[in-house]
Design a protein. Structure first.
Length: 213
C-alpha cells in the first residue's frame, strides 16, 4: 500500500508557502494535487495551518471518498475533485481566501487584463455564479468557467475567494500569488484614477515575445 508521503509533503510545503504569502490563513483556503495512482491529496478540514503536519493531508478518490484520510478532508473537497475529475490536464488546485481576491469576489465584477500578472492568469478573470461553499455546485460553476475558457487559469468565486489551477502545485501556487498581486495593483490603481489596460494588440505582442500565458 502506498504511503503517499512524498505528495503529502509537497502539499504541506505549498500550504506553508501560501500561508506565508498571505494567500491562506487559519484554516481558510485549501490545496489539492493528483497522486501518482490517480487519487487526490487534499488539505484537511478545520486544522489551522500553523499546526498542520504532512501526515494530516487526506487522500481521497475523484469522487471525494476517503482512501487514506487520518483527518477529515477539506469541506471544499467536492469542488477540488470536480475540477480534477473534469479537467484531466489539471494536476493541482489552489483555493485562496486572500484579501484582494475576496474584494473582487464580493464585487462580482470581472477583472480586466490590467497587469502582466493578470495576463499570466488568463485575464480577464471572471467571477463564477453563486454557489454555496462546500457543495458540489461550487465544483459545477468552477468547472463551467474553466471548460468554457481553455486559456483561463484563475477564477473568482462569488463572495467566496479564488481558484487557481496548474499542472502541479508549484504552478497553481504561483498563479494564485500572481492573481493576488495583480488584483491588489488593479484595486490601488482604481483608487487613483482609471487604470490603463493591456489591449488585445499588446497581449498579442506579449505572446510573440514570451509565448502563450
Amino acid at each position: 500500500m502506498m504511503t503517499y508521503q512524498a505528495i503529502r509533503e509537497q502539499v504541506y510545503e505549498t500550504v506553508i508557502k501560501a500561508r506565508d504569502a498571505g494567500l491562506i490563513r487559519l484554516s481558510a483556503g485549501n490545496l489539492s494535487a493528483r497522486t501518482e495512482d490517480g487519487y487526490v491529496a487534499i488539505t484537511p478540514a478545520g486544522i489551522k495551518y500553523d499546526v498542520l503536519r504532512p501526515a494530516d493531508i487526506a487522500i481521497v478518490d475523484l469522487e471525494g471518498k476517503p482512501v487514506d484520510a487520518p483527518r477529515r478532508p477539506s469541506s471544499e473537497t467536492p469542488m477540488h475533485t470536480a475540477i480534477l475529475r473534469c479537467l484531466p490536464g489539471v494536476g493541482a488546485v489552489c483555493h485562496t481566501h486572500s484579501p484582494f481576491a475576496l474584494t473582487f469576489a464580493a464585487l462580482g465584477r470581472e477583472v480586466p487584463m490590467a497587469t502582466l500578472e493578470l495576463y499570466a492568469c488568463g485575464a480577464p478573470i471572471p467571477v463564477a455564479r453563486w454557489a454555496c461553499p462546500g457543495t458540489p455546485e461550487a465544483g459545477v460553476v468552477t468547472v463551467e468557467l474553466f471548460s468554457n475558457r481553455p486559456g483561463l487559469k484563475v477564477c473568482l468565486l462569488r463572495n467566496h475567494g479564488l481558484v487557481a489551477i496548474g499542472q502541479d502545485l508549484e504552478q497553481a501556487f504561483e498563479l494564485a500569488l500572481d492573481a493576488e498581486v495583480g488584483l491588489q495593483v488593479y484595486h490601488q490603481a482604481l483608487q487613483l484614477g482609471q487604470p490603463e489596460l493591456i489591449t488585445e494588440e499588446r497581449a498579442a505582442e506579449i505572446r510573440r515575445v514570451y509565448g502563450p500565458a
